[in-house]
Design a protein around this ligand. Structure first.
Ligand code: ADP
Ligand code: TRP
Length: 325
């Protein structure tokens, strides 16, 4: 039985990139009866960059509703908010004391954020230690993440090894990352990686008209309507082909190559495809967004399951470190 664990920060509403690149593949893994999945909302991590509590509350709801909309089975697995299980922060403190300062100072993600952001706080610096705590608290074996998280996972492993080496026993389970090198990077409406931080994302849960407005903003070249177009370098086509069945993609490819088919037509087709393909998830998402109490119940039940596992690890750590159990 492999224990799979992953988290998504509540720093914005989930977009098509998060869904195709992280949420759907993780849910696929969770369907294997040999796996047990621990998926959580990293709301404490979001505090490093987002200070507005009301917004955070909205984003936590939206992320939870997205996992449910795409069919994550929260009865068989574990699904919770990081901030509600205090053992995350307790373990993070212990791990801080086993983390060499230069490891954090050299982290790509910290360097990148400290150049980009005005607020360079200590939470941003120790972000990878809290992430290590998230993983090690649950004895996770496999952590599916995108390429950008590779270094964070190596750090989690190094921190766990340091604890095991210095405390003198096999207290923490060393996690394996699962980074699929072929994993697609979904392009945003400007052709860069789709990301909350670039404001170039497609929120598939928007009302129909608002969704169309965003899709109309997808960048395209100036080839005239009647001329043939290059499908493979066009963002609308790329997004369409990530979602459409093969025959439909082939048809769209032929339309591009033939000419007489404009980018406006392609965008309209992409809009229709998103509405059709995600009809069910959109319904479930709206349902949970307007039935907060139900969402809350699911999260509270998950917290209890998570806490039961977390307490065992904390008790092992306390005992080993001389804090009593
Ligand atoms: P963002 O860049 O929007 O802030 P996050 O860093 O919160 O996204 O990523 C959450 C998860 O979604 C991660 O596992 C990440 O690898 C995945 N992800 C984010 N953007 C994309 C994308 N454009 N294509 C594929 N996967 C993505
Ligand atoms: N840092 C991850 C991201 O930005 C989110 C995250 C927090 C995470 N804790 C985790 C991912 C533990 C995997 C395991 O995407």
């Amino acid at each position: 039985m492999a224990r799979i664990l992953t988290g998504i920060q509540s720093s914005g509403r989930p977009h098509l990139g998060n869904i195709l690149g992280a949420i759907q593949p993780a849910i696929e893994l969770s369907k294997d009866p040999a796996n047990e999945s621990f998926f959580f909302i990293a709301d404490l991590h979001s505090l490093t960059t987002l200070k507005d509590g009301q917004l955070r509350h909205e984003y936590v709801k939206a992320i939870a509703a997205t996992w449910l909309a795409f069919g994550f089975d929260t009865e068989r697995n574990v699904f919770w908010r990081q901030s509600r299980v205090q053992e995350h922060t307790e373990l993070a403190w212990y791990l801080n004391c086993f983390t060499p300062y230069p490891m954090l100072a050299n982290a790509h993600s910290f360097k990148d954020k400290s150049e980009r952001l005005a607020d360079v706080n200590a939470g941003l610096f120790t972000y990878p230690v809290l992430q290590a705590a998230d993983i090690l608290l649950y004895d996770a074996n496999l952590v599916p993440v995108g390429k950008d998280q590779k270094q964070h996972l190596e750090m989690s492993k190094d921190i766990a090894s340091a604890v095991n080496r210095q405390v003198g026993s096999e207290i923490l389970v060393l996690p394996e990352s699962r980074i699929d090198e072929r994993l697609m990077v979904i392009p945003g409406i400007d052709g860069m990686k789709m990301s909350k931080s670039y404001n170039n994302y497609i929120d598939i849960f928007l009302p129909e008209k608002d969704l169309l407005k965003v899709i109309k903003k997808i960048v395209s070249d100036s080839t005239a309507l009647e001329d043939p177009k290059k499908p493979d370098t066009d963002i609308t086509f790329q997004l369409y082909s990530l979602i459409a069945p093969d025959e439909q993609t082939q048809e769209m490819r032929e339309n591009y190559l033939r000419g007489g088919y404009g980018y406006g037509h392609a965008k309209k087709a992409l809009h229709e495809l998103i509405l059709e393909k995600f009809r069910e998830p959109r319904k479930i998402f709206d349902y949970y967004m307007s039935n907060e109490e139900e969402l809350e119940k699911i999260l509270v039940a998950g917290e209890e399951k998570a806490r039961a596992v977390a307490r065992k690890t904390i008790s092992r750590m306390r005992q080993a470190l001389g804090f009593g159990s």
